[in-house]
Structures are given as C-alpha cells and as structure tokens.
Design a protein around this ligand. Structure first.
Ligand code: NAD
Length: 450
C-alpha cells in the first residue's frame, strides 16, 4: 500500500485515477481547487459522469480509502507519491497551457519535505518534465528529495473506469530506477488483479502490457496516440466526402476497410469531426512542438484542416435541403456532449454547430441524455432537454450527432404523425435508415450518396 496524493482529483482524469488507485488498496488523498465538486465527492456524488463511478466511490469513502481536500500541502504531507492531473488546455497559438502544472510544481517546491515521486499524468509536451524538475530543484535535490515521472493517461471518457482497470497499456517514463520501482509497486495490484472493493472489469487472466521508457518517449507516445486517432477520423471523413461524390456507401466501405487486420475498425466512423477535450488540443500542441523544433508537420496540418471543414459539410447539406435561409427554422440536434456516454461538452462540435445555426437565426433545440445541464451552463440560450420526443416533435431539420443507441430506436412513424415531415442528417450512421425510407422521410448520411 502506498500513500498517494492526486492533484486535480475532481477532474475527469484525476477522479478516475484517484478512485482507481484507492480501489487497488492505496490510501489516496485527492486534492482539487473546485470546492463544489469536492463537497459532492465526499458524499459519493460526481460531477463527472462515468459508468459505475459513484457506487465505487461511495464504497471507497465508507472504508476511508480515499479522502478529498482543497489543501495541497495536506495532500503532500499524507503522500509518498503525487499524481498531477490538472488541465492543460490549448492556448490561442495551439501550444499547451502549462500554467496549472507550473502552479502546482511551484507550490510543491515549498511543500515537499521527504522523498516524493511526482508523477505527471496530465498530457504535457516534451520538455515539461524538465520544467517541473527545474522548479522543484530551486529548493530540493533531484534523486534525494524527489523524482519526476511521466505516466500519461489514455482513458476514454465514458469508459474511464474500464480503461483504468483493464488498460490497453501502462506507460511509465523516467530516468530514475528508484522512481520506476515505486511506480511498479503502485501498479502491481492492477497487474495481479487484486482490489479492495468489487470491480467488475478486473480480469486477472488478462495480461496488461507495462512499458518503461524515458520521459521524452512517454510524453511523445501520448501525443502520437491522439494524433493517430485524429488522423483516422480525418482520413475516414475525407473518404466519406469522396464516397458521397462518387456514389459510394460509407458503411460498406468502413466494413471492408476495418476487416483488414492491419487497419481494424476503431475510429473509422465518419462524423462532424473530432472535438472534445483532447484530440484537437493535443494535435495542435504536437504541431506547435514540431514547429518549435524546426520540423514541418505537413500531415498533421492536413488532419486539422479536414476537421475544420467537416462542420461545413453538414451545414451545406441542411441549406441544400431546406434553402439558404435558416431563419426561424426549427432544428433539432441529437447529442450535445462531444460524444455519447459522457457529460463533457468541452470543445463539443455539436455546440459549435449550435452557435453557427443560432447565428443564422435558426431556432435550435438540443437533446442529450447526460449533458443537458453542462450544455446550458456553457450556452444559456440553448434550449436543451433529455426528453427526446419534445426535441423531435415539430423539428423541420433533425441532425444526429452522436451514436447514442436511443437514436437508433426513434419511432419515425410517430415523429411523422406528430407534425411536419423533417429533413434529417445522420452524421454517424446511427439512425434506422430502413424505417426512414419506409416512412418516406428525406435523409442524408455523411459518406453515402442519397
Ligand atoms: N479528459 C480526458 O479524456 C483525458 C484523457 C487523457 C488525458 N487527459 C489529460 O489529463 C489532463 C486533465 O484533463 P481532465 O479532462 O481531467 O481536466 P479537468 O478540467 O476535468 O480536470 C482538471 C482538474 O484540475 C483542477 N485544478 C486546476 N488547477 C489546479 C490546482 N492548481 N490544484 C489542484 N487542482 C487544480 C480543476 O479544478 C479540475 O478539477 C489534461 O492534461 C488532459 O489533456 C484527459
């Protein structure tokens, strides 16, 4: 058992990390500045939606395996290892904003009093571990008082706990052998499949790859992973665009592509592009790092450009179908979070689409099962609800933006009976196309000609 502090412990990554490490039997002090979220977490409630999270959290609270505080020095006093999981959003030039990481490190410099391993879990560009080391070294001695380790996070929102307990890999980047062995001890219960509370996703028969490397490679691996996923999305969106022009069917193309074991089927679904808190920002940060190092990332620039154009494809379809003026057109957006299964609306392209439509005078109504509060907090004028019927009834245009299974089950005859026959755009191939056709509804699917 190790005493662990998680800084940024109320965020998506920090909370999953804190809960996950506590479930492995470590004593976790989770620290965050967000008082409201901390108060909720102490009662077993989370502002971050992850399947199964609240029940595991409540159990860990009961057995005092995890505690929450807003006092960083308390977390440092209680801990031999500190995970930093604060946000690293994009600056306007695309570089990662490291101010939260730096603020934490500057405080740690004055708080660490005995050997502590500082683990950077936040996604940070190559070189950031040196920055943290330099800050700590202003008062402390590397190797004696502290070591800094990179342990990038690969969780997918919506399946964050599954990704913690059954990760595709764990990557640890450090120069110090002592720090690496501390990390091995921390993850040992996970590799052995032992937990102190019931976790449905633990599979002790399944071997988890554990990769040790240097800090630079660990940090770059994270950016490479996100750049690759973004590339696949822009790739399939570009194929979808070509497919539409030449009369192809994107579902069949995706199936035919994905069956190639060298390609696989993940991240090959066309849509309005990649949004959310990670892919766009991490790709921009990687492009910035490349440029700063006098390398021209031509391919990643193209990936970003395709993504920027994608929203326009959807708007063009709407105006081609209903006319150039969207003034007072009732438009229903299905899916407001950046993807299904999460309440995260940060950099959601659905919200961006809403803004464009609103600015053209459309009357937009949005549906989401998990993210209505978050969406209206971000966009107070957006009419949003989790009542699907209320959104569909009376809509002149319906745009399906994520793959939530409720959209596959929409009762189209009922929608038609309820009033106007809407024009429908299915950006994710999720709707029941047979039912749409048999009800004589006009629809478009990204990537397939009408
Ligand atoms: N969200 C994801 O899917 C995901 C996946 C992998 C990696 N990451 C990376 O993990 C990092 C965190 O992302 P997130 O989505 O969890 O962000 P988040 O905004 O949900 O969480 C960050 C948390 O840090 C807290 N915080 C900020 N400054 C602080 C400080 N000085 N002291 C204590 N707490 C502080 C905030 O209050 C917030 O709760 C980012 O670098 C991100 O790129 C995110």
């Amino acid at each position: 058992m190790t005493n662990i502090g998680v800084i940024g412990g109320a965020g998506y990554v920090g909370l999953v990390t804190g809960v996950g490490l506590a479930a492995l039997g470590h004593k976790v002090t989770s620290m965050d500045l967000d008082q409201e979220r901390l108060a909720m977490l102490r009662t077993g409630k989370s502002a971050v939606y992850e399947d199964g999270l609240e029940s595991i959290l409540s159990r860990l609270n009961e057995i005092e395996q995890i505690t929450f505080t807003d006092d960083q020095s308390e977390a440092v006093r209680n801990s031999d290892v500190l995970f930093i999981a604060v946000g690293t959003p994009s600056l306007s030039d695309g570089a990662a904003d490291l101010s939260a990481v730096i603020a934490v490190a500057e405080q740690l410099r004055d708080e660490i009093s005995e050997y502590t391993v500082v683990v950077v879990k936040s996604t940070v560009p190559v070189g950031t571990l040196n920055v943290v080391t330099d800050i700590l070294s202003q008062k402390l001695t590397e190797g004696e008082d502290f070591d800094v380790v990179s342990n990038p996070e690969f969780l997918r929102e919506g399946s964050g706990l599954i990704d913690f307990f059954a990760p595709s890999r764990i990557i640890v980047g450090a120069a110090s052998e002592r720090a690496k062995s501390v990390l091995r001890e921390i993850y040992k219960p996970l590799l052995d499949g032992t937990t102190v509370v019931d976790i449905p996703w633990i599979d002790s028969a399944c071997e988890i790859p554990y990769v040790e490397t240097d800090a630079t490679s660990a940090q770059l691996t994270k950016y490479a992973a996100n750049a690759y996923l973004a590339t696949r999305i822009s790739f399939i969106n570009e194929i979808a665009g070509i497919s539409e022009k030449v009369g192809g069917n994107i579902d069949d193309i995706v199936e035919g592509l994905g069956l190639d074991p060298r390609i696989g089927s993940g991240y090959l679904q066309p849509g309005i592009g990649f949004g959310g808190p990670c892919l766009d920002k991490d790709l921009r940060a990687l492009i910035t790092v490349a440029r700063e190092n006098y390398y021209d990332p031509v391919m990643f620039n193209g990936v970003l450009q395709r993504n920027e154009l994608q929203l326009r494809e959807v708007i063009n379809k709407i105006t081609a179908a209903v006319g150039p003026s969207l003034y007072q057109k009732r438009i229903a957006l299905l899916g407001l979070a950046f993807k299904e299964g999460t309440n995260d609306v940060r950099h959601s392209l659905s919200i961006r689409l809403y803004r464009v439509l609103r600015d053209q005078g459309a009357s937009v109504i949005g549906h989401d099962l998990l993210a209505v509060d978050e969406a209206t907090e971000l966009e107070p004028d957006l009419e949003a609800t989790s009542n699907l019927d209320a959104v569909l009834n009376g809509a002149e245009v319906i745009v399906a933006l994520n793959s939530d299974s409720v959209y596959a089950e929409i009762d189209w005859p009922q929608v038609k009976l309820a009033g106007i026959s809407p024009y429908i755009v299915d950006t994710r191939g999720i709707l029941d196309h047979r039912a749409l056709t048999s009800n004589d509804l006009i629809f478009d699917v990204l990537g397939s000609s009408g």
